[in-house]
Write a protein of this length. Sequence first.
Length: 291
Amino acid sequence: MSDFAGKTAVISGGAQGIGLSIATALGEQGMNIVLADIDQENLQKAALELQARGVSVLTVILDVADEVQWQVVGQQAVERFGKVHMVVNNAGVGGDSGSIESQNKNGWQWVLDVNLMGVVYGAKAIVPLIKQHGEGGWVINVASMAGMTGVPYSGAYTATKAAVVALSESWAGELERKGIRVSVLCPAFVQTRIYDSERNRPEQYQSDDWDIMTESSFSKRAKHLVENGIEVSIVGKRVVEALNAGELYIFTHPNYRPFMQQQSAAIDAAFERAEKSPLLQHIVDQKIDML
Ligand SMILES: NC(=O)c1ccc[n+]([C@@H]2O[C@H](COP(=O)([O-])OP(=O)(O)OC[C@H]3O[C@@H](n4cnc5c(N)ncnc54)[C@H](O)[C@@H]3O)[C@@H](O)[C@H]2O)c1
C-alpha cells in the first residue's frame, strides 16, 4: 500500500493547472483531497473530475492571502476527514513584469500576498493540524526555477519564489524532528494558465498599467514559453515520485541542470576569492556553530 493511502492533503490553487495535477496524482495514491481555490467555478469542475476517478474530495473557497480563510480550510478539512497529513502550498500568480521602475506598489503587494504570505498562512494553519496527530506528514511548497536563479524583468515573482525556496529549507530543518517532510517544487515552464493570472487579481491590487504590461514583448514571450512547456499531467506524477524518494528539491526540468551548475560554480569561485582575501584569513578555518 502507498504511504499516502487514506491520508488527507490540502491543496491551495487546486482548481486548475499544477495544483489539480498534484491533486489527481495524490488522489490516485488513495489520498483524500481538500481543494482550496479562489475560483469557485473551476473548483467545482475539478471536484467532479476527481470524484469521477473515485477520489474523496472536499472543496473550499479560499483566497490564500487571507489568514482567517486558511483557518476555516483547516477546520473544514478536519471536520470532513478527521486528520490532515499534507499541505500543498501551490496557489500562485505571475504578477506584473517589466523594468524595476515600472513596477508599482499594488502589483508588488499582490504577488507578495499570494505567492509568499499565502504559503506562510497555509503552513501556519495546517502544520499544527499535522503535528496534532503525531503520525508525521508533508509540506510541499510550489516555488519555481525562477526561485533558484533570478529572472530579469520579473522581480516580484522571482523574489517571492526565492523566498519560498528559502522558507522550505528553513522549515525542513524545523519540522524534521516532528516527522514532517518538507519539499519545494521548482518547475520551469508548464502548460497552465499562469500567464493569465490577471483573472484572479482582486480589486484592491489593481494596477493601472497592467494591460500595457500584458501586451509587452516580455509577457508575450512568457506566454509562448508556458504554452510550449511540459504537459501539466506530468507534474503531479513527478511530485509523487519525488516524495517517495524523500526529495527536498523537486525538479521537473532536468535540462535546466547546466544553469544550476553554472550558478553553483560562480558561488564556489566567489568563496574561493573570499578565502584568499587577507581581510578574512582569521576565520578561514573557524568552526561553524549552527542554530
Ligand atoms: N506554469 C508554469 O510554467 C509554472 C512554472 C513555475 C512555477 N509555477 C507555479 O505553479 C503554481 C501553480 O500555477 P499554475 O501554473 O498551475 O497556474 P494556473 O494559473 O493555471 O493555476 C493557479 C491556480 O491558483 C488559483 N489562485 C490564484 N490566486 C489565488 C488566490 N489568491 N487564492 C487561492 N487560489 C488562487 C487559481 O484560481 C488557479 O486555480 C504557482 O505557484 C506558480 O507560480 C508555474
